[in-house]
Design a protein around this ligand. Structure first.
Ligand code: NAD
Ligand code: MN
Length: 505
């Protein structure tokens, strides 16, 4: 099944009727011959057919990745050569930027601005790791006398990388770029709902000169294909982004062969607005913090705590701007929020809103499925603000993963830090204050992997992204990620002139 010259990938239009998998450097149909349709959530209409991967396909992909790792060139290339190919991937993506953006919008229903930002970041991730890997090195350690010790960073091996539907191309880049930079080979399983841009990214990797078997993209369900990869004895590491329950299941199953595991899971991130905040900046940042990507973000700032002295002023502005948010054609520059990924996700979101209502909360705005002209068959939800809530409510404790924010009033710093930390999750957090000492003090006490101070953004290439507590472990998007795709080998040598005879015989 090795790729001959004639079989090499031809560049195709990104938008097409049928998407195959990428296995061992080739476009492949499912072993079963089956396909399924992927839908545009904004319109409810089919976008394309996709190969429906099976265990057999996962097996072929693992074999290809194993072979490429054990016997192929990629892990043995000089690091500069791998870096050059990562930069080539980035440059092909840049040249086809608009096509990637269009495909991402069609597959997810997200807004133009969101898709553009995410494709751009995916490109920058490859550029970032092309640079970072060159500086990633082992150490020389102080040990006594005639001994010498150095360490080498060696790639971990075959990595199964399982990703969710909310940021399809960005998550694929967060996974593929550091892994292949480090010299690993990968089998990526995109979410069934949004496989298109990951498949195309796999094609781009091959086109850029990544050897066959190094980047494989296998579609299919989590329960069949995802699970098969996690259990596979020839897979050395699993990197997963998705929900906390699936993360726990993966960690347990990966333990059977003691795979390396990194998990980026859910969140319920607090957003704290102090009485000395720049209220307008806090309003705008809080709006973006929850409604960006239609709230389908693991780091969505979905618990909003506002100091009682500015509560009325803040809420008046926050509600007014929320009501101005535009839902509509995702390709329109003026659209703020795109669609919800699926009917079932929409129902989950609405179920949380209903639970809050039943618990006695007030729905200040939103709270139902949105009717969007021209998009009647799509999945849309109104930007929703809920007040009169407390920490006993399900809508306050659990991740909703939609455009829904719960708002609470607080009166002092100690109280709000305690509320912020009263969660099983610990991914993001935000603080709005003009007092630098307070920002530093509170940032230290928050149990979360990310603290945003007067800042609406959670990450750029180079900044560590990942969680505390049940939001998972491991950090992505940063230099440290390379440590998680490598093993450290310690080489200990003796250079003494006298032979060592410890047993003295
Ligand atoms: P999900 O956990 O259902 O699925 C994620 C991926 O895992 C999909 O590719 C799916 O097919 C696969 N999968 C499902 N069951 C599996 C199993 N038993 N074994 C192996 N693979 C399996 O999550 P989702 O609904 O696709 O995504 C939404 C969730 O992801 C949210 O909870 C969100 O917070 C989380 N998320 C976290 C981050 C982060 O960086 N921390 C980023 C994005 C999304
Ligand atoms: Mn889709």
């Amino acid at each position: 099944m090795s790729a001959t010259k004639e079989q090499k990938l031809e560049q195709m239009d990104m938008k097409r009727d049928m998407y195959q998998m990428i296995i061992n450097g080739l476009r492949e149909d499912s072993a079963s011959g089956e396909t399924y349709a992927t839908y545009n959530p904004a319109t409810g209409e089919p976008v394309a057919k996709v190969a429906k991967g099976t265990k057999e396909d996962a097996e072929r992909a693992v074999e290809a990745a194993r072979n490429a790792f054990d016997h192929g060139k990629w892990p043995r290339y000089p690091v500069g050569k791998r870096a050059r190919i990562l930069n080539k991937i980035a440059s092909i993506m840049r040249a086809r930027f608009n096509e990637l953006v269009e495909l991402e919008i069609l597959d997810t229903g997200k807004s133009l601005a969101a898709a553009q930002g995410q494709v751009n970041q995916a490109i920058e991730d490859f550029e970032f790791y092309a640079g970072a890997i060159v500086g990633h090195r082992g150490s020389v350690n102080n040990i006594p006398g005639a001994f010498h010790n150095y360490t080498e960073k060696e790639p971990v091996g075959v990595c199964a990388q399982i990703i969710p539907w909310n940021y399809p191309i960005m998550m694929a880049a967060w996974k593929i770029a550091p892994a292949i930079a480090a010299g690993c080979t990968v089998v990526v399983k995109p979410a069934s709902l949004t496989p298109l841009t990951a498949i195309v990214l796999g094609e781009i990797c091959v086109e850029a000169g990544v050897p066959e078997g190094v980047v494989n993209i296998v579609t299919g369900s989590g329960s069949e294909v995802g699970n098969y990869l996690v259990e596979h004895p020839k897979v050395d590491k699993v990197a997963f982004t998705g929900s906390t329950p699936v993360g726990k299941d993966i960690m347990e199953k990966a333990s059977h062969t003691l795979k390396r595991v990194t998990l980026e899971l859910g969140g319920k991130s607090p957003n704290i607005v102090f009485d000395d905040a720049d209220v307008d900046a806090a309003v705008d940042g809080s709006l973006f913090g929850i409604f960006y990507n239609t709230g389908q973000s693991c780091e969505a700032r979905s618990r909003l705590y506002v100091h009682e002295d500015i509560y009325d002023e803040f809420m008046e502005k926050f509600v007014e701007k929320t009501k101005k948010l535009k839902l509509g054609n995702p390709f329109d520059k003026g659209t703020h929020l795109g669609a919800i990924i699926s009917r079932s996700q929409l129902e989950t979101i609405h179920g949380y809103v209903e639970s809050a209502r039943e618990d006695g909360a007030t729905i200040v705005t939103g709270g139902k499925e949105a009717k969007v002209d021209g998009y009647e068959k799509g999945f849309w939800y109104e930007p929703t603000i809920i007040t009169d809530v407390n920490h006993d409510m399900k809508a306050v404790r659990e991740e909703i993963f939609g455009p829904v924010v719960v708002v609470m009033k607080f009166s002092d710093e100690k109280e709000v830090v305690q509320l912020a930390n009263d969660s099983d999750y610990g991914l993001g957090s935000a603080i709005w204050t003009k007092d630098h000492a307070r920002a530093t003090r509170v940032a230290k006490q928050i149990q979360a992997g990310i603290v945003m101070v007067n800042c609406p953004f959670s990450a750029f290439p180079g900044t560590p992204f990942g969680g505390y507590k049940q939001s998972g472990f491991g950090r992505e998007l940063c230099v440290e990620t390379l440590d998680l795709y490598t093993e450290t080998k310690s080489v200990l040598s003796y250079f003494g002139s006298k032979p060592i005879n410890m047993f003295g015989i």
